[in-house]
Write a protein that binds this ligand. Structure first.
Ligand SMILES: [Cu+2]
Length: 101
């Protein structure tokens, strides 16, 4: 019984880890910061594929809104970044951004 619970626990953890990794992989797109417009709350990114937005092409440059203006202080022009973006009524919005490690 103990062994069975242990195995169930292992499977639960493995499942949680693999699905979390899959989600992170699907959502995080890679890009390079081209321009930051703090007053407008916008960032221009040259980006790779963004699966959740059905953008498959590589090397597309476009302007994104940012969910929180503070995000624009975390990066600077020329930085290689990883980000998440979502389609919102106001336009495509970056919901998370961080420097690529
Ligand atoms: Cu694009």
């Amino acid at each position: 019984m103990k062994t069975r619970n242990f195995m169930a626990g292992i499977f639960a953890i493995a499942f949680a880890l693999s699905s979390a990794a899959a989600i992170a992989q699907a959502d995080m797109a890679k890009g390079e910061v081209k321009k930051i417009d703090e007053s407008a709350g916008k960032i221009t990114l040259k980006h790779g594929p963004i699966k959740n937005l059905d953008m498959d092409e590589d090397g597309m440059t476009m302007v994104f809104r940012v969910q929180d203006p503070a995000m624009l202080k975390q990066v600077k022009v020329g930085d290689k970044v990883q980000f998440q973006a979502e389609r919102a009524t106001a336009g495509i919005t970056v919901t998370k951004i961080e420097k690529q490690k």
